[in-house]
Design a protein around this ligand. Structure first.
Ligand code: SF4
Ligand code: SF4
Length: 71
């Protein structure tokens, strides 16, 4: 995993559209029974594409380095 990216999925907002599963360039997600599963977090580059594409704002990508810079 690059930069220890943290992927958070808010399952109560997710409507299982699978956009994140289809569009992640690194195939980080697998579709579970109801929600996407972060199957390969070590592949995540922190590009935030999934966060931008999720129509329900259910994904949050947290890059620790970014938050440290603001100190
Ligand atoms: S931030 Fe980019 S690489 Fe990481 S899960 Fe989202 S789309 Fe995939
Ligand atoms: S794009 Fe958002 S709403 Fe769609 S499956 Fe992924 S997390 Fe759920």
């Amino acid at each position: 995993m690059k930069k220890n990216v943290v992927i958070k999925i808010n399952e109560s907002w997710c409507k299982s559209c699978e956009i994140c599963v289809s569009f992640c360039p690194k195939k980080v997600y697998d579709m579970g029974q109801f929600y996407p599963i972060v199957a390969r977090p070590e592949e995540c580059t922190g590009c935030k594409l999934c966060e931008k594409l999720c129509p329900d704002f259910a994904i949050q990508i947290i890059i620790p380095e970014e938050t440290k810079k603001t100190k």
